[in-house]
Design a protein around this ligand. Sequence first.
Ligand SMILES: [Zn+2]
Length: 319
Amino acid sequence: MPDTDVRTARKAGFHIEWMVFEDTTNFWARRGSEGPLFAFAGHTDVVPAGPLGQWHTPPFKPTAIDGYLHGRGAADMKGSLAAMVVAVERFVEANPDHKGSIGFLITSDEEGPFINGTTRVVDTLMARNELIDMCIVGEPSSTHSVGDVVKNGRRGSITGDLTVKGIQGHVAYPHLARNPVHQAMPALAELCAVNWDNGNDFFPPTSFQIANINSGTGASNVIPGECLVQFNFRFSTESTDEELKRRVHSILDAHGLEYDLKWTLSGQPFLTDAGTLVDAVVAAIEETTHQKPELLTTGGTSDGRFIARWEVRWLSWAR
Ligand SMILES: [Zn+2]
């Protein structure tokens, strides 16, 4: 956070906490001690600027042209951070004794490896039972005009690294070998044809995609010893990662494959259904821009997936 923003936050009655994890500096600020706790979340880091010659303005010197701010991260997400700070400043000036609490969860590791950023702050807050009830992440989500799209959830993402094991041999003596490519193909064809779920009002159907297949020694007369297949699921809230794993294993087992399968879960799907927060966001955007935003769950992921872990916990408590 720029120093001026930190000073502004302090002046506005926020308790400031720097949370430094390894190489990453994070910022947690809170005004008030009661619940409910409403938080704005965001990041100060940006993706690399790329070749400087392709910029019309210096990437790290914000430049206003025709009412638009130019610079690396102007949309993702310096603009959001500035808007959050100014909005809260105005709000607490008009409502100095507001109910509940307001928080800022700002990281400097969102575009990077996201190991010591939001997820570590969330761990810390959870450990001391400081629960965020509602959160707005300042990621840019508009498609054609400001405020036309609000992302109220994200699909989950899980990757499988599959090694199908065979027995290497000479193509002239196939009875002495076992071809892992031949063995993998019918199983992969079946995986490609499965209807994993039908999605729902907010999510498209779960999608299975093969990203990489590697096998072979390069020689035309050798049956390879193994076949490596990497695939990914983008999954809706109609499926769970455990269910998808189980179904993949049962197909591979049914084909009698000898294999290793390593899973990497990048994020669970999450959804903020209709309710107070969604209603307030839609009403505020409509009042300001005179258009009703669309609620979508498409596109890439954001740190919202780490903050949404609270909702998962809440649901499991309720059961
Ligand atoms: Zn971003």
